[in-house]
Design a protein around this ligand. Structure first.
Ligand code: PEP
Ligand code: MN
Length: 343
């Protein structure tokens, strides 16, 4: 990408002329304004861009080429951090947002009791899978739209906005009817048709890092969503596959500061899928707070040993409450706040 930085005293019409010139070269400009000057990002690769005409135009201060393959997600393009609004919950602001609930919605009772408990303990978003992308075709695949209806009932009862996964572009409309945030799972991070559909949806997107994806690939996946018109994107580090077998995945905690360094989107951590074992979740969640994440996505079940999916990595109600007390203390130490039942 390229950044055309306008002079502080450049007029609006000079900026418009540069935008038109870039368009006439068959390129895609995206303008934004910093405190004192306009910046026009030329979206796409740097190949074959003839810059001399633009450089000479009135009002242009400088052109900065960048080696980054993405544009819209970068802090260079948009220096102020994005706050994603899920219902009435801002993500990426001062509050460290806890999203909690079962891996999969299994029944009305299971989802409702979990929703009430996590709400009482200070979670701000309810998670729950309706359409589950399972590694095995013989595993529980989720209750589908029935699960969405149960989640909606739990939202009405507790007020918690819902995050749930969408696994195909065709399902985006129905999931959008119920959900406040559409989750794109690890297995689908590079499903480009789904990313395009998410870009056209009018709901925030929770984009999970592919288990074998680099940070650059995660940012390129987010770029797809932004390039298709949706800038309400939350990135989620959920562990990557390494040679280590003591945990289900390896939590790449440094992904949090790396992403925060170059990208304006909120970043959260999923300590459940990252570790795969409930006894390690509180430590990973505390690390997320300390590393500067904006929240966590965590699995909780009323009876983890009977869960239809991901029971070994689901916290019991008691374990969840204890973890909330622990992360509250870390959050206070780093100047963040964790919700309470009454906000
Ligand atoms: C999930 O959140 O339940 C899930 C399937 O996660 P991931 O896509 O990270 O495996
Ligand atoms: Mn799960």
């Amino acid at each position: 990408m390229m950044l055309v930085v306008m002079k502080t005293d450049a007029s609006v019409s000079e900026t418009d002329d540069v935008i038109q010139k870039i368009e006439s070269l068959g390129l895609k400009p995206q303008a934004s304004r910093n405190a004192d000057h306009a910046v026009i990002s030329i979206v796409g690769s740097n190949e074959n861009i003839e810059l001399s005409h633009i450089q000479a135009m009135p009002g242009v201060a400088q052109i900065i080429p960048s080696a980054d393959p993405f544009t819209l997600v970068t802090l260079k393009h948009k220096p102020e951090r994005t706050i994603v609004n899920a219902g009435d919950v801002p993500i990426g602001g001062e509050e460290f947002v806890v999203m909690a609930g079962p891996c999969a919605v299994e029944s009305h009772e299971q989802a409702m009791s979990t929703a009430k408990m996590v709400h009482e303990a200070g979670a701000r978003i309810l998670r729950g899978g309706a359409f589950k992308p399972r590694s095995s075709p013989y595993s529980f695949q989720g209750l589908g739209e029935d699960a969405l209806k149960i989640l909606l009932a739990a939202k009405r009862e507790t007020g918690l906005p819902i995050v749930t996964e969408v696994i195909t572009p065709e399902l985006v409309p129905v999931v959008s009817e119920y959900a406040d945030i559409l989750q794109i799972g690890s297995r689908n991070m590079q499903n480009y048709f789904l990313l395009e559909a998410a870009g056209k949806a009018n709901k925030p997107i929770l984009l999970k890092r592919g288990m074998m994806s680099t940070i650059e690939e995660l940012l390129l996946a987010a770029e797809y969503v932004l390039a298709n018109g949706n800038n309400q994107v939350i990135l989620c580090e959920r562990g990557i596959r390494t040679f280590e077998k003591a945990t289900r995945n390896t939590l790449d905690i440094s992904a949090v500061p790396v992403l925060k360094h170059s990208c304006h989107l909120p970043v959260i951590v999923d300590p459940s899928h990252a570790t795969g074992r409930r006894e390690y979740i509180p430590a990973a969640a505390k690390a997320a707070v300390a590393a500067g994440a904006d929240g966590i996505l965590v699995e909780v079940h009323p009876s983890p040993e009977h869960a239809l999916s991901d029971g070994i990595q689901s916290l019991s109600f008691g374990e969840f409450k204890t973890m909330m007390d622990e992360i509250r203390r870390i959050a206070a130490a780093v100047g963040r706040r964790v919700g309470t039942a009454d906000r």
